[in-house]
Design a protein around this ligand. Structure first.
Ligand SMILES: [Zn+2]
Length: 476
């Protein structure tokens, strides 16, 4: 069964709902009784004016709410901008820290290289010292054992004379002394290098400390940034909330303006009706006077003649028939393929032909606040009761939608006709029960041609708290 589902549920946020419920309730009070039935204008014009004033007052209330909300949004934008500036500053600091850390890392790498180089130098020296030590040790040993180094002895044995020998012994001593000097120098160099290594290692340690500090600072900065990011998120969320609220208020303002317009036209109609009544009354009075004069003349004539029994009776045409509901004469359009259902005698008549494809209740975790009536072809949609069109517009969810405000025996009702293919009535139009207001369609959030019909005992509001099951009121 296709063409049967829709989502006629327009949802506002929670904060909004309260506002709108309160507003709607107050806007609509008393309105319907004047506007609803075109044939019955029970209220006086001054009452209508009072209600128009009240709506104007409410509208200015909504306007001040809008400006309050705008102020809140501005304020939040300011805060957001400040926070974003702070984030920029923090980000610059983080970048700066990163640069410093990079520099420290470069220094650390360089220092480590230096340490490695020093270690290498020290190692070479240590090797040299060890080797020289070895040589010296061996020499010392051979002196002890043989009275002289083998090499020295070779040197000595190779002497050609005593003088030469003395010279050679001196030379040997000199060589040993030189060995010792070199060793001493090596030792000094080694000590120097070790001191350098210590120094550089101390430098490395301090670099590591500095780097750790920088990392810690950067960590704090990142944390600050996270906090600021969260704040911006929160501010954005709040802004969104207020923007939604503002949108709802704008919608409400439009609603109030529409109601105000409807009352204005009701006042005009009432003026016209009173003028017509007055004219009819004067005409009737004049006619009565004329008739009385005629009758008197006839009576005189009859008395005079006293023969004929001609009697004149002209009581017709004296009723002041109200023609304020001229629109009801065009209630059934014959140009449509499908017929509108016959107007029923109950409070409400069926708004269109077709079968009920979806009833009221929970659906897709959402409340289905009305019923769906599906039919194919060109299907007229009619007003369920006498009333005044309070809204007629294209909604993103409802599609082409008409709202009608009714007052029946002192009770305010609102009917909603959604997903229409086209609308036949404008806001402020006075409609009669069974009068065509549009053609069934598939506009807005709808999947297949059908009429989404809502009935509210009272005003329509975002939470649809006044919705009642239409099947309890219209013929099935
Ligand atoms: Zn529906």
């Amino acid at each position: 069964m296709q063409g049967t589902v829709c989502d006629g549920i327009e949802r506002g946020n929670e904060a909004l709902k309260k506002n709108i419920i309160a507003m709607n309730a107050s806007i609509m009070i008393g309105l319907g009784s004047i506007l609803a039935a075109p044939s019955v204008y029970a209220e006086s014009i001054s009452d209508l004016e009072k209600q128009k004033d009240s709506i104007q007052e409410q509208r200015s209330g909504v306007e001040s709410n809008i400006s309050d909300t705008e102020k809140k949004i501005d304020n939040l934008h300011d805060k957001q901008m400040t926070a974003e500036e702070q984030i920029e500053a923090i980000e610059a600091k983080i970048a700066e820290s990163a640069k410093k850390i990079d520099a420290k890392n470069a220094e650390i790498t360089q220092t480590k290289k230096e340490i490695e180089a020093l270690k290498e130098e020290i190692k070479v020296l240590k090797d040299r010292i060890a080797k020289r030590n070895e040589v010296l040790k061996e020499r010392a040993l051979s002196f002890q054992e043989t009275g002289g180094d083998v090499n020295y002895l070779e040197v000595l044995f190779g002497s050609s004379s005593f003088g030469d020998l003395v010279d050679r012994v001196g030379a040997v001593a000199t060589i040993a002394e030189a060995d010792r000097d070199i060793l001493k120098q090596h030792e000094l160099d080694k000590k120097d290098l070790e001191e350098k290594q210590n120094e550089v290692e101390a430098k490395l340690a301090s670099l590591e400390v500095a780097k750790a500090e920088l990392l810690q600072i950067q960590e704090q900065q990142k944390k600050q940034k996270q906090e600021k990011d969260a704040l911006v998120e929160k501010l954005k969320h709040q802004t969104k909330k207020h923007e939604d609220e503002k949108m709802g208020l704008e919608e409400e303002k439009a609603n109030l303006a529409a109601q105000e317009k409807a009352i204005k036209s009701a006042i005009d109609l009432e003026h016209q009706r009173l003028a017509e009544l007055e004219a009819a009354r004067k005409k009737a009075a004049a006619e009565a006077k004329e008739r009385a004069a005629q009758q008197a003349a006839q009576a005189a004539q009859a008395a005079a003649k006293a023969s004929e029994s001609k009697q004149q009776s002209s009581s017709s045409g004296s009723s002041a028939k109200s023609n304020s509901s001229s629109s009801s004469s065009s209630s059934h359009s014959s140009s449509n393929v499908s017929q509108a259902p016959a107007v029923s005698s109950g409070t409400f008549t069926r708004p269109s032909a077709g079968y009920v494809s979806s009833t009221m209740g929970e659906r897709w975790n959402k409340k289905h606040a009305g019923i769906d009536i599906a039919a194919s072809g060109t299907v007229p949609v009619v007003a369920a009761a006498d009333g005044v069109v309070s809204r007629s517009y294209l909604s993103s969810t409802y599609g082409n939608v008409v709202f009608v405000t009714h007052s029946i025996s002192g009770q305010q009702w609102t009917t909603v006709y959604a997903h229409l293919n086209s609308r036949k009535v404008g806001e402020g139009a006075v409609v009669a029960k069974g009068q065509q207001i549009g053609i069934m369609g598939n506009t807005g959030h709808s999947f297949g041609q059908h009429l989404h019909f809502e009935l509210h005992k009272g005003a329509w509001n975002y939470s649809k708290s006044n919705a009642v099951n239409p099947l309890n009121y219209i013929p099935n």
